[in-house]
Design a protein around this ligand. Structure first.
Ligand code: SF4
Length: 404
């Protein structure tokens, strides 16, 4: 029996019942996320970080110190359009107010604990946050053009334990806050001096965001949503929703909310075409099996032919890379505006898998292409600077352990 035919949910629940289940499930996920909240964004000296606040929250703070709400627009411009971190450089704000702001607030950035630039120009940052926790951010320039993707982390560690993933071996410490998520992008941009934010169609070096770093972004939905709204705000960084892609292992109830509320692009870490195998390599599949994930993709509002859903598929030799697997993949995604990203597995110490051969990758890709889907094989980037996700953090832990 095919996967889709064996799906129990679409047959046994009517739409209302499954929406209610979704709402219940999504409330449970959000409640759990709150247990891993980031620490308060206040410095030991009592000053508050303004990065990561919504416009409404910023206005509230300004009104609390006796300022008019219109100051929000001014500050927003300096913080997110100009990228200024020093109040005394905010020239449209009178000196006394600059001083008043500096007494009470900061415009923060995560600290770059390690920065490495590869021979292929990929740049990896290990950012350290105020409580000493760390997460990775990677800038991957497009080789042909003046643009590139910033890969942002959403959590410190991860709960999901995908068996091929190095980050999955680091248990979840906590969620990143909106300030820390926006801060990764802003600090990466500082490193390329790309301020003020380029307007309209002006080319940008840091032109897209992929929420594909450490962690499952939909398990930290509230902070991710707040951060993306700040980044998409037209008077600041102003990155369009079309240039942001969230990658999930398939947290179905929040896929719906993400589509409705943010309308950003979606990528799904599929990695297997049977529930039996996916249960093993992406254990979240036991909760949200393939057919439910694909149903959520089919109703994802932001997907269409110009904004296709990306299915990520890691190529594991002899595990998920047969031609029969490729044909089943085509069958599963048929009718969806989709593309498939084939990812050569990057072995790490202790991993149980081997990468597929180049020949097998090509055969697999050809079957998908013949069915009309684009299926690029991702070129590994930054190999000389610890290429696999999670390695920078591991490396810094190793160094620290050696020093202590
Ligand atoms: S692949 Fe993503 S979701 Fe899975 S363990 Fe790694 S970081 Fe977590």
């Amino acid at each position: 029996m095919s996967l889709v035919d064996s799906a129990p949910s679409s047959h046994t629940h009517d739409a209302a019942a499954s929406a209610a289940l979704n709402a219940e499930d999504s409330a449970r996920i959000l409640a759990k996320a709150a247990l891993f909240s980031p620490p308060d964004a206040t410095l030991p000296d009592g000053r508050r970080d303004l990065v990561g606040l919504s416009r409404e929250e910023l206005t509230e703070l300004l009104v609390e110190i006796g300022e008019k709400p219109f100051r929000t627009k001014q500050l927003w411009h300096w913080i997110y359009h100009q990228g200024v971190t020093d109040f005394s450089a905010m020239s449209s704000i009178a000196k006394p107010l600059q001083a008043k702001l500096a007494e009470r607030f900061v415009v923060g950035r995560p600290q770059a604990a390690m920065v490495q630039t590869s021979t292929d120009e990929t740049r990896k940052f290990l950012f350290r946050f105020r409580d000493g926790q760390e997460a990775e951010t990677v800038y991957i320039p497009d080789r042909r053009e003046d643009r590139g993707a910033v890969c942002i982390s959403s959590q410190v560690g991860c709960t999901l334990s995908c068996t091929f993933c190095h980050t999955g071996t680091q248990k979840l410490v906590r969620n990143l806050g909106a300030a820390e998520i926006v801060g990764q992008f802003m600090a990466a941009r500082d490193s390329y001096s790309e301020w003020p934010s380029p307007k309209g169609d002006t080319p940008r070096l840091l032109s897209t965001i992929v929420l594909m770093g450490m962690g499952e972004p939909l398990y930290n939905y509230e902070n991710i949503a707040k951060a993306m709204k700040i980044i998409m705000d037209g008077e600041g960084i102003a990155l369009s929703r079309r240039r942001i892609t969230l990658s999930t292992s398939g947290v179905v109830p929040l896929m719906d909310r993400c589509g409705e509320e943010l309308g950003i692009n979606l990528a799904v870490s599929l990695h297997a075409v049977t529930n039996e195998l996916r249960n093993e390599i992406v254990p979240l599949n036991r909760k949200y099996p393939i057919e439910e994930v694909l149903a959520a993709c089919r109703r994802y509002p932001a997907a269409n032919n110009s904004r296709r859903i990306t299915f990520e598929y890691i190529m594991l030799r002899g595990v998920n890379d047969s031609e029969a697997d490729a044909r089943e993949l085509v069958r599963l995604i048929s009718g969806l505006p989709a593309k498939v990203n084939l990812i050569p597995f990057n072995p790490w110490p202790g991993s149980a898998y081997r990468p597929s051969t180049r020949e097998q990758q090509n055969k697999f890709a050809q079957i998908i292409m013949d069915a009309g889907f684009s299926s690029p094989i991702r070129t590994p980037r930054g190999r000389d600077i610890l290429a696999a996700c999670g390695q920078l953090k591991t490396e810094s832990e190793r160094i620290r352990a050696a020093q202590s």
